[in-house]
Write a protein that binds this ligand. Structure first.
Ligand SMILES: Nc1ncnc2c1ncn2[C@@H]1O[C@H](COP(=O)(O)OP(=O)(O)OP(=O)(O)O)[C@@H](O)[C@H]1O
Ligand SMILES: [Mg+2]
Length: 444
């Protein structure tokens, strides 16, 4: 069909067997080329195969794959622009997909794909990857469903790619034998080295961390993950009882696109337990107030809101804060400069001695607060502005962490444990001895 020179690493990728195969590392190693060829090769070999090739955005998909494939497959497979798919004469389908927002991935709900290729997998969130995995199944007897991933270190999906393919730290039903990693290096790509030696020089001249990531494909340096201290096993806990003397606070991040409200209890040692979250979209202030007020009946010391909610609308002259108040939810405004707020959260997440011989973070989150738990590890360093800030994109992962920031900005106070009353009963030495032999201890 076409004269191909396959690089040795690409060949390794082509031959790899496993449920999840990742070709990742340095820029320019020939990963996208290999992924595209693999998809075409499988479509040609297995009649009626259904392959989904994903990029995060449509322009990337068009530039990186649709156009090269149109050139490659001219006269071989038919491109249906309305379906954004290539139809092969043997009935195979190569669908080109993208999901720009977190929710876009649900358009694939209920679909069945024998192969899913996630190109630039680190641009996808873990939730998107997990959802796509549920669409990757095959009823064929001659073919096992599988997913292919290509990627560079960094970006929003760095954490999950690194965990599965580099750290090989498996959880729940994940099986180590299902995950195969093929490291990519730009020097592997002879075509690029010959045609564009300047590209390699560009990589060699990058600042240290980026160079190690993009030239060497090093996954440890350029995590880009803001809360690198985040550990699910340390920061997430199964729900426990909230003691009556713990102080309960709420914090709200309000936007019409997403409301995030968190409830946290503070024990007598100042440890925080985020025990409830309410995260909903398209909710007007009065509905938000009603939902928050009816979510629980424990007494709340204060409800922190960012001070920008005090700003009056130029149209109505009423602030969001006032609307909340008129609905029976009076807030306590907090100053919320971003960087000090994020740094404060880092302190809360840092494991410390709790005084009882345990080293643990002062902030822990109940496993029921799914959105907060999902969003925190995905936050990245800002690429513009203050380098100590959190990136504002992707926007949909910022709401719950913002609410957490306001919660701690409000300087919540620890609970005060009531003093226990001790009843001392005096016993003679013989009585004490009898008590200990009879097993009712020395305290009664
Ligand atoms: N075996 C090959 N034969 C011909 N050209 C190739 C081959 N492998 C890669 N190339 C070309 O090398 C260039 C870089 O390859 P590709 O885009 O696949 O790299 P990549 O690893 O995906 O890069 P990035 O990390 O930037 O996404 C492209 O122009 C691609 O067409
Ligand atoms: Mg690529």
């Amino acid at each position: 069909m076409i004269g191909l020179t396959i690089q040795p690493r690409q060949l390794e990728f082509f031959k790899a067997r496993g449920r999840h195969i990742c070709y990742g590392g340095a820029r320019g190693g020939g990963k996208s080329w290999a992924a595209r060829m693999k998809a075409v090769g499988l479509c040609s070999k297995y009649p009626g195969l259904r392959v989904l090739l994903m990029r995060r955005t449509f322009p990337e998909l068009l530039e990186n794959h649709v156009r090269p494939l149109q050139a490659l497959l001219a006269g071989v497979a038919q491109y249906k622009a309305t379906e954004n798919a290539f139809l092969f004469p043997n009935g195979s389908l190569l669908k080109m997909g993208y999901c720009a927002t977190e929710a876009d991935v649900y358009q694939y709900q209920g679909q069945e794909w024998d192969v899913i290729v996630m190109e630039e997998a680190t641009h996808f969130t873990e939730t998107q990857m997990q959802f796509l995995t549920t669409c990757n199944r095959s009823t064929r007897t001659d073919f096992k469903a599988r997913m292919y991933y290509t990627c560079n270190p960094g970006n929003v999906g760095h954490g999950w790619v690194k965990r599965l393919f580099i750290d090989r730290d498996y959880r729940g039903s994940e099986r180590p034998e299902d995950y195969v990693f093929i490291p990519a290096r730009v020097y592997d790509n002879k075509v690029l080295m010959d045609t564009d030696p300047d590209y390699v020089r560009t990589l060699e001249n990058l600042p240290d961390a980026q160079r190690r990531a993009f030239l060497d494909g090093d996954w440890d340096v350029f995590a880009g993950q803001y809360f690198s201290e985040w550990r699910r096993d340390l920061h997430v806990m199964d729900p426990i009882d909230i003691q009556p003397w713990w102080q309960v606070y709420r914090a709200i991040d309000y936007g019409l696109d997403r409301l995030a409200c968190l409830w946290a209890a503070f024990d007598e040692n100042g440890n925080a337990y985020v025990f409830r979250e309410l995260c909903v979209s398209d909710t007007i202030v009065s509905d938000a107030a009603r939902m928050i007020l009816s979510a629980g009946d424990e007494p709340v010391v204060a409800t922190f809101m960012p001070s920008d909610l005090l700003g009056r609308s130029s149209q109505t002259g009423v602030s969001i804060y006032e609307t909340f108040s008129s609905c029976g939810l009076s807030g306590t405004p907090v100053n919320n400069p971003r960087v000090p707020g994020w740094l404060n959260l880092k302190e809360w997440m840092h494991p410390v001695d709790d005084g009882a011989g345990n080293v643990r973070p002062r902030l822990r989150i109940f496993s029921t607060c799914r959105e907060l738990i999902r969003c925190i590890p995905q936050l990245q360093y800002a690429k513009t502005g203050d380098p100590s800030d959190v990136a504002k994109d992707p926007h949909d992962i910022t709401h719950a962490p913002d609410a957490l920031r306001y919660l701690m900005d409000g300087r919540p106070k620890p609970g005060v444990k009531p003093v226990e009353e001790h009843h001392h009963i005096h016993r003679t030495p013989i009585q004490r001895q009898a008590a200990s032999i009879l097993g009712y201890g020395g305290k009664r």
